[in-house]
Design a protein around this ligand. Structure first.
Ligand code: GAP
Length: 457
């Protein structure tokens, strides 16, 4: 299945206000991005849909928004201070830095740095120079709290949202009286000092995650793992992502993270190859036991009938919000032959963003055919009514063909044109982005018409 060219997506995302390079007027900052007027809407829609399916529609889940900055001890206990590292090599000639595992993967070699590093013979992928020995580089972002930069004030920006959930397990249990199995969901920023960020927003140092820690009885973990694994694929397919561009990758036992009994990634076929999108890990009772031991708090669950206490196991579906935004853009972006009959301008290709209606940043565009006041009045009234419920855009500049094209590009599912007949028949024309079919709808019925068509704002 064809995937769009990444450069086209990058320039499209900037041109239409989805994603800008960060610090742009100062020449940008490597792999750092800002989300523009449409990007923030798309991001919010992804977040809201994820929240709806992970929290709102579930009897067994609640949400949380924990702090980005926590006690540094938490990162020692979780194993991140000792183990959240990437293998780093430097080129002795051009001085560029690389992740050793990425160099090997690019050569088709499965990285295995134990016990003998396999880098012997590998050269710099940029200049062919020789490489230094591997050293482990901790990718947590360090910061200091308060005015004194000493060990006591040092801490980290969280590299995952998960630990905020584990350290709140008791608070949530006490506050909600939830029984197993149940999940705590969280959406928020995470930071990693990635050695080689890149591929646009695929790997950045500041990004957003949407994570669920799902607590189960030991013994039920394998069954729930399968449930969440299937869930990941179904979620993306239900939002229009082509199934042939999705697959599962099972992590080999010897490469599992220190906390994991099993990890499977849902992968997407990006323009440069398959890449992780949504990881599902069986974290066992590792995190709760660690935090229980080190905090002295009982992070357990009590069986109502037997009175027995035990530490729950955790299944963790962990998805990148910003990475999934890239997937939704790539999946929806289509360059099509100019759609005839709507514009006299000469152009060969047009972009149509065939994104699921629920994700579309703008749901409805209001386009008065002329700038004559009576048409503007109807159009402004429609904007006022419809924008109470949906993101609506008013556009009266340029030919109608150009305006349709502008909306198709950003994925607006419906365009409403107000014409001179509207003054007489009190109807407007609704055009569908995908079929380009046009339908005459009464102004009075328009809101209900869209209520039926757009199931989620
Ligand atoms: N709590 C488990 C955890 O953080 P992870 O596989 O390291 O697991 C989960 O991260 C998801 O976060 C990934 O599947 C990916 O979608 C996203 N992610 C991880 N690192 C990222 C980065 N540097 N930039 C953008 N997204 C990232």
């Amino acid at each position: 299945m064809d995937t769009p060219n990444l450069d086209h997506i990058v320039s499209f995302a900037k041109r239409r206000g989805f994603i800008f390079p960060s610090s742009d007027i100062y020449g940008g900052l490597s792999s750092s991005y800002d989300y523009g007027p449409l990007g923030i809407l798309l991001k919010d829609n992804i977040k809201a849909l994820w929240w709806k399916s992970m929290v709102q529609e579930r009897e067994d889940a609640v949400g949380l928004d924990s702090a980005i900055i926590m006690q540094s001890k938490i990162w020692e206990v979780s194993g991140h201070v000792a183990g959240f590292t990437d293998p780093l090599v430097d080129c002795k000639k051009c001085k560029k830095r690389f992740r050793a595992d990425h160099i090997l993967e690019a050569k088709g070699i499965e990285p295995n740095f134990e016990p003998v590093p396999q880098m012997i013979g590998a050269m710099c992928p940029e200049c062919g120079g020789s490489l230094t020995d591997i050293r482990q580089f901790n990718t947590m972002m360090k910061t200091f709290l308060g005015p004194v930069e000493d060990t006591a004030s040092a801490t980290y920006l969280r590299p995952e949202t998960a630990q905020g959930i584990f350290v709140n397990y008791k608070n949530v249990m006490d506050a909600t009286r939830k029984k197993l199995p149940f999940g705590i969901a969280q959406v928020g920023k995470a930071f990693r000092n990635e050695i080689t960020p890149g591929n646009f927003i695929f790997r950045t140092r500041e990004f957003e995650q949407m994570e669920m820690e799902y607590f189960v009885r030991p013994g039920k973990d394998e069954e729930m793992f399968e449930y969440w694994k299937d869930f990941t694929m179904e979620w993306f397919v239900s939002l229009g992502v082509k199934k042939e561009n999705l697959r599962f990758y099972e992590h080999p036992k010897e490469k599992l993270a220190h906390y994991s009994k099993r990890t499977v990634d849902l992968e997407y076929q990006f323009p440069w190859g398959w890449g992780e999108l949504w990881g599902v890990a069986n974290r066992t009772d590792f995190d709760l036991k660690q935090h229980s031991q080190m905090s002295g708090q009982d992070l357990v669950c009590r069986d109502d009938q037997s009175g027995e206490t035990f530490t729950p196991y955790v299944i963790e579906p962990a998805l990148g919000l910003t990475r999934s935004l890239l997937v939704f853009l790539l999946n929806a972006y289509e360059e099509v032959e100019a759609r005839s009959g709507e514009d006299d301008a000469k152009h060969e290709k047009e972009v149509v963003l065939r994104i699921d209606k629920r994700l579309a940043p703008i749901k409805i565009a209001i386009l008065p055919l002329s700038k004559k006041e009576p048409l503007q009045d109807i159009a402004h009234d429609l904007f006022k009514t419809l924008s109470k419920q949906w993101m609506v855009q008013y556009d009266e500049t340029g030919s109608i063909g150009k305006r349709y094209r502008r909306q198709d590009e950003i994925g607006t599912p419906y365009c409403v044109t107000v014409d001179f007949d509207s003054l007489e028949d009190k109807c407007v024309t609704v055009r569908d982005r995908d079929t380009m079919e046009q339908e005459r709808v009464s102004v009075d019925d328009l809101k209900n018409y869209f209520v039926d068509k757009i199931e989620f704002c």
